[in-house]
Structures are given as C-alpha cells and as structure tokens.
Design a protein around this ligand. Sequence first.
Ligand code: HEC
Length: 172
Amino acid sequence: MHRILIVFSIFLISNVVLGHGDEDHRDPRASQQVKLDDDGFEIISSGPSKEVLAQINQIYKKEVKGIFSNKCLTCHGVNNSMPWYYSIPGAKHLMDKDMREAKEHMDMSNDFPFGGHGSPIDDLDALKKTVDKGNMPPFQYKIIHWKSGLSDKEKKIIKKWIQGSKDLIGSK
Ligand code: HEC
C-alpha cells in the first residue's frame, strides 16, 4: 500500500513540476467554424480581406513607399541604381547575398502585402520591431551609407502606418 502511495505521489509531483499547467494545447482553429471557399476547400485562415489589404497598400504608397525606396528597397525590392562599390567583385558578392536574404524575409518589390515568408500581420510586427530597434538597414550598410538610417520623423510616419494598418486588420 505504501509503495503505491509513494509512486502515486511521485506521479502527482512530477505532473505539477514538469507538466504544462493550464496551457491550452488544442489547435485554436478547432473551435472555429469551418469555412469553405468557392471550390469547397476548407479555408484554414482567411486573414485580412482583399479590400483591407488594398486600403493599407494605398496609404503605404502615399506615405511610406517614398521612405522605403530610398532606404530599404535596394535590398528588399527592385533596385535600379546599385551603389558604386557594387562593381567591386567582393562587394558585389556580399550585396547579392544580402539582397537575396532580405527578399527571402521581406520582399517589397510589389508593394503591400509584402512577399516573403510572413503574413501581413507578421510583416507589420517585424517592421515595427526593426523600426523601434533601429537595426535596419544593417549596420555594415549604414557605415557606408551614413544617411541611410531612418530619421525620427520617418520612424513616426512608418509607425503610424503600421498602427493604422493593424487597426484596419483588427489586430491588437
Ligand atoms: C543592405 C541591405 C538591406 C537594406 C538596405 C535593408 N535591409 Fe532589411 N534586411 C536585410 C537582410 C539581409 C535581412 C535578413 C537578415 C536579417 O534579419 O538581418 C533583412 C531583414 C529585415 C526585416 C526582418 C524580416 C523578418 O522576416 O523578420 C525587416 C522588417 C527589414 N529587414 C526591414 C527593413 C527596412 C524597414 C529597411 C529600410 C529602413 C531595410 N530593411 C533595409 C537587408 C537589408
């Protein structure tokens, strides 16, 4: 009897100590109603509507794109004018790598929503983070292009657009 009690207490203690507590591990989608698209396929996450994305893009093009084309699109978008040092073989190699990686993360070539691996909300959150931290453009780039950092005024405009977009999407 004692043995059983001891084993049982160990089981209880280990569950309390090592267990996950009250976290909910269920798939949050499971509780939502299943929605089907026109072809009868289940829509896993419908995300923001096309209209909302178009509205966000309209403000992006008006307020933010000008800033980004100067300071971000060399790597994150279509770039017509490469910096002079691009013709130096070693530099070209580094730049190509940067531009490839930058676009894999966030491709701004076709305006908003951006390409890359993030959803529109992920991209807005990632942008907000980099603007707050001031870590884009990357440090090595800023050394050479010492005016390429975002000014306080530009940061304000970008953050206002991010918050406005999140409000439109209905995300906190
Ligand atoms: C010299 C090239 C270069 C420039 C210019 C540049 N970036 Fe980047 N960016 C990168 C690279 C490379 C990555 C991916 C690696 C990393 O996160 O450092 C990246 C990643 C990011 C990410 C993270 C995306 C994610 O998936 O989380 C954001 C956001 C971002 N950049 C925003 C900007 C903004 C805004 C500007 C302009 C103010 C800018 N970048 C300018 C090269 C650049």
